[in-house]
Design a protein around this ligand. Structure first.
Ligand code: GRF
Length: 192
């Protein structure tokens, strides 16, 4: 079975979409572990589903965060690392070691509305402020830049009259929950 690790910092609804699709057989992978860089509901979700999980606290490990994460991942036979709402920046050493095996989901149509500081509700605020007619989400490989790696899959959603950042965020999130499992499935099928 193709082994993945999922890294989270927040609610973990994208993690939940992977859990659900691997449980119902739509996604043929095993979540070997879930790592949080802070205590969060994403880590609790993993525990609720009997998935091995741990918090490697960014406040404790600071510059050593990626080294500690690498230590855990290296013992698990992980083939793909999925950043699902993971807010710490992954350092260059880690990216180079796991090159081509780290993916991230971002709530915009990259390369638009990506880069440093573009996360969470700020992305949707920026999309509305720019008067965009469409937004969406992107799954991409992680390179040493921020939100700059090769795009794997992307899906569009309309921006509608009267949208608030929160309403747009919800519309995009619905699509994220399909796009992330689909992207993992695509990578699995390419590598088998
Ligand atoms: C998602 O919008 C994702 O695109 C972004 O962070 C959010 C995480 O949401 N990277 P959740 O923790 O999966 O609910």
């Amino acid at each position: 079975m193709f082994k993945i690790a999922v890294m989270v910092s927040g609610g973990g609804s994208n993690l939940q979409s992977i859990i659900d699709k691997s449980k119902n057989g739509e996604l043929n992978c095993e979540i070997a572990c879930v790592i949080g860089d802070r205590p969060c509901y994403g880590v609790e979700r993993a525990a609720e589903h009997g998935i091995e999980s741990c918090v490697i606290d960014r406040k404790v490990y600071k510059k050593e965060l990626c080294k500690e994460i690498d230590k855990v991942l290296s013992t698990k036979g992980v083939e793909l690392i999925v950043l699902a709402g993971f807010l710490s920046i992954i350092d260059e050493e880690f990216v180079n070691k796991w090159k081509g095996r780290i993916i991230n989901i971002h709530p915009s149509l990259l390369p638009k509305f990506g880069g440093p500081g573009m996360y969470g509700i700020k992305v949707h605020e920026a999309v509305l402020a720019a008067g965009e007619k469409e937004s969406g989400c992107t799954v991409h490989y992680v390179d040493t830049g921020v939100d700059s790696g090769e795009i794997i899959l992307q899906v569009k959603v309309p921006v509608l009259e009267g949208d608030t950042p929160e309403v747009l965020q919800k519309r995009v999130l619905v699509e994220e929950h399909k796009l992330l499992p689909n992207s993992i499935a695509k990578i699995i099928s390419e590598r088998q």
